[in-house]
Design a protein. Structure first.
Length: 253
């Protein structure tokens, strides 16, 4: 089984994992920290990482055509759902906001999310690029397991939640034990068509995006379906179909 490196505090497990790639660490090596002082989210956003969350980065090595790299984020999202299902207590209520947000249902609609709150997120960063091929990357996963002791910061108060808030009383290490082996053993399977089709079926069935009116990078419309590569097909109000391969989805509640 590949190494799991546990840190007490680090700026970002993404940076720490990247440094391990430079030292030759193997595929599946996981860096996990109790606390990050400069956790990173997508699109250059900060990621709030107090104690009580699972803050994990995994080294991904392979020969991944850059056009297939989105499969890794999507595959990891499906595996994260499987891990959350396995810990019990959520009754398969977790869902994915395409492409990388882990959500839990919530009674009070939130701006840009609808009847959901964000419990986690995924971040894939390519590290070694060789022409059009990704040789190494870092997959980051953050999951709010316990409510931060001083609560979520004001800017997250109406969009974030934790497993604890959803009634799941579990240690961070138990979530790590559910998630890390799945990612280590199965993430690269997402590059194979048959395995990816299975992961995609999970994402379609457990999507908080499909069937909703959304805005993605200035285009507003109905999130109709995910195509066979997992791209989001968006029907705008004029009837045109937009295929979105990456982006930030805002739900028009
Ligand atoms: C997102 O939703 O924007 C992605 C968030 C990813 C956060 C995780 S926490 C562990 C790893 N280290 C980081 O600095 N970021 C990722």
């Amino acid at each position: 089984m590949p190494l799991v490196l546990r840190l007490d505090e680090v700026d970002s497990t993404q940076r720490a994992a990247r440094a391990l790639i430079d030292q030759g660490a193997l595929h599946g090596t996981v860096v996990v920290a109790r606390h990050q002082t400069a956790g990173r989210g997508r699109l250059g956003r900060a990621w709030h990482s107090d104690e009580g969350g699972l803050w994990l980065s995994m080294i991904v090595r392979g020969a991944v055509p850059a056009t297939r790299a989105p499969r890794l984020t999507l595959g990891a999202a499906a595996l994260a759902l499987d891990a959350l299902d396995s810990i019990g207590g959520l009754a398969a209520r977790a869902a994915i906001k395409w492409p990388n947000d882990l959500l839990l249902p919530h009674a009070v609609p939130a701006p840009r999310l609808g009847p959901w709150r964000k419990v986690g997120g995924l971040l894939l960063e390519g590290v070694l690029l060789d022409g059009g091929v990704v040789r190494a990357a870092v997959l980051g996963v953050g999951i709010d397991v316990r409510r931060p002791s001083h609560g979520f910061p004001a800017e997250l108060a109406d969009v974030a939640t934790s497993l604890q808030d959803a009634g799941v009383d579990i240690e961070v290490d138990a979530v790590l034990d559910a998630l890390a082996p799945r990612l280590q053993a199965r993430l690269l399977d997402a590059l194979e068509d048959a395995a990816f089709a299975e992961l995609l079926a999970v994402l379609r069935a457990r999507s908080a995006t499909l069937g909703r009116r959304v805005e993605v990078d200035g285009v507003v419309g109905l999130a109709e379906r995910l195509d066979d590569e997992g791209a989001l097909c968006l029907r705008d109000d004029g009837g045109a179909l937009h295929t979105v391969r990456a982006g930030d989805v805002q739900c028009m509640v």
